[in-house]
Design a binder for this molecule. Structure first.
Ligand code: HEM
Length: 478
């Protein structure tokens, strides 16, 4: 028979064993990468919020199992196209429940075999060639944007306008429809932001997030918000209309892919990809546009060059993609603003394969989480020149072919390797059509020439506002 003191002793013994096991685990994690410099707290806990990434040299430990690298030589190894390093558990956090089932979006798929099978069917839909098929969708949204801008008076904040433009464009491209009402658009944009905020909050602790919220007892968290509901709704509508062949858009390409490979393209995957297209493809483009204009307006000599190139040429309104491609200076401005203001604030984490990775004199064991120190790489003076801290789009025009290739390989605005941005041709089309359309019709200046750029950070770095004064060249408004 157990004595009354027995249960107390057992409780003490098991608590002590648990504490010792935890301490051993912490020490083991600490020792694994102790040869890599970094903030002291980062060696013990993922809760460490790491801000000063540049001060510890080419390798920095920013969590017990997490390392940032800033030697450009290793970009093609970590972000490869053939031997691909898997995405890290960080990408589990924004996975949502759809119809009770955890559903990965495109960006959160961590199984590279599955990703290859998906890309086999749909990569072409995102190619430069396919963009010609989608141009008319974007032309409509450029016209909508311009007519809104013509009606504006006084000081205008371009940030929400660009965000809406990008949202409207991607919804037309993806589903052949505009977001009917402004209220619907706002709810979806709010949902997209919430998803990023949730990811930002839990990104350092994906295992804990899974334990707490992705279990069958918790219902509320992980269910789709307005963003997921939009994707789900558009998928259901299309299915009702007959699926493939009804419209000329990205959702149609998914239904075509389903015909070719039905076992991969199940409804959950198709909804997941649709979520990614809207989420990854809307405010990213909006905020890149805001950053381009911010830098141009702060650097009048470059703004003037852009104005004279755009106004000195003749082109249709809005420009066709082929015409827009004849403005290499605009492309250079987008690349330069993207380099200086990488939108992704969080590290793009990958997992070192079982064989480990040798970086210089340092060996990283398999399972280490590794990411590019994008801020250090973007401002690397040996790659971008001594003026790397200044906005100078001409660096992309004056570089030798070898220098240019190195700069392109180091620019993380659209990331690198197999898992880089699949939608970048869409983003380019939206930006290359809109920028000349605005500059042709309006003189623009900052409402406050002394304004300081402010950012909100949640996974992404987003410009808070961009208040400008617009003067129509024909002297009229409305
Ligand atoms: C200027 C605008 C854009 C920027 C700066 C941007 C940036 C990025 C970056 C940095 C990544 C890599 C994320 C990672 O590794 O975790 C990414 C991935 C992705 N982007 Fe974009 N993006 C833009 C526009 C778009 C558009 C218009 C789409 C529309 C379809 C899109 C769809 C995606 C998708 C689906 C992924 C996930 C790719 C994968 O995981 O393999 N993006 N984007």
């Amino acid at each position: 028979m157990a004595l009354p003191g027995d249960s107390l002793i057992w409780a003490l013994v098991s608590t002590s064993v648990a504490i010792i096991a935890l301490l051993l685990r912490l020490v083991q994690r600490y020792l694994a990468l102790r040869h890599i410099p970094g903030p002291r707290l980062a060696a013990w806990s993922d809760l460490w919020l790491f801000k000063q990434r540049c001060q510890y040299g080419p390798l920095v430990r920013y969590g017990p199992k997490r390392v940032l690298f800033s030697d450009p030589t290793y970009i093609t190894t970590v972000y490869g196209t053939t031997k691909v390093y898997d995405k890290a558990p960080y990408y589990n956090v924004p996975v949502v429940k759809i119809n009770g089932k955890l559903t990965r979006s495109f960006a959160t798929i961590r199984d590279e075999k599955l990703m290859t099978a998906i890309k086999r069917q749909i990569a072409f839909a995102f190619s430069t060639t396919s963009m010609r098929d989608f141009e008319s969708h974007v032309d409509l949204t450029v016209e909508n944007f311009m007519s809104k801008l013509r009606r504006k008076e006084g000081v205008v904040d371009l940030v929400p306008m660009f965000a809406f433009y990008a949202f409207d464009s991607i919804c037309r491209l993806a589903f052949s429809d505009a977001l009917g009402k402004q209220s619907e658009a706002e709810a979806v944009m709010k949902g997209a932001k919430e998803r990023f905020k949730y990811w930002f909050r839990w990104g350092a602790l994906p295992e804990t997030e899974e334990l707490l919220f992705k279990n069958r007892f918790i219902k509320g968290v992980g269910t789709p918000n307005a963003l997921g509901q939009l994707a789900q709704g558009r998928f259901a509508d299309r299915l009702e209309k007959g699926g493939a062949g009804v419209h000329h858009d990205l959702l149609d390409r998914l239904f075509q892919a389903q015909k070719a490979d039905p076992s991969t393209f199940n409804p959950a995957l198709m909804i997941g990809i649709s979520i990614s297209m809207i989420h990854a493809g809307s405010e990213t483009t909006g905020h890149t546009l805001a950053n381009v204009f911010w830098e141009l307006l702060k650097n009048p000599q470059h703004y003037q060059r852009l104005v004279s190139e755009v106004r000195g040429a003749s082109w249709s309104s809005p420009p066709t993609l082929a015409e827009a491609r004849r403005f290499p200076f605009i492309e250079a401005c987008v690349k330069e603003a993207g380099r200086m203001h990488n939108l992704f604030a969080d590290p793009l984490e990958r997992v070192v394969p079982a064989s480990g990775l040798q970086i210089g004199d340092t060996f990283l064991p398999g399972g280490t989480i590794i990411a590019a120190n994008t801020r250090a790489l973007s401002f690397n003076t040996s790659i971008f020149g001594a003026d790397a801290h200044q906005f100078n789009p001409e660096r992309f025009l004056n570089a030798s072919p070898t220098q240019l290739a190195t700069m392109e390989r180091t620019n993380f605005h659209f990331s690198q390797g197999k898992r880089n941005c699949i939608g970048m041709n869409i983003a380019w089309m939206e930006m290359l059509k809109l920028i000349p359309a605005i500059v042709k019709e309006f003189d623009i200046e900052l409402a406050n020439p002394y304004a300081v750029r402010e950012e909100d950070t949640w996974v992404m770095n987003y410009t808070r506002d961009l208040h400008v004064k617009l003067s129509p060249l024909d002297g009229k408004t409305g």
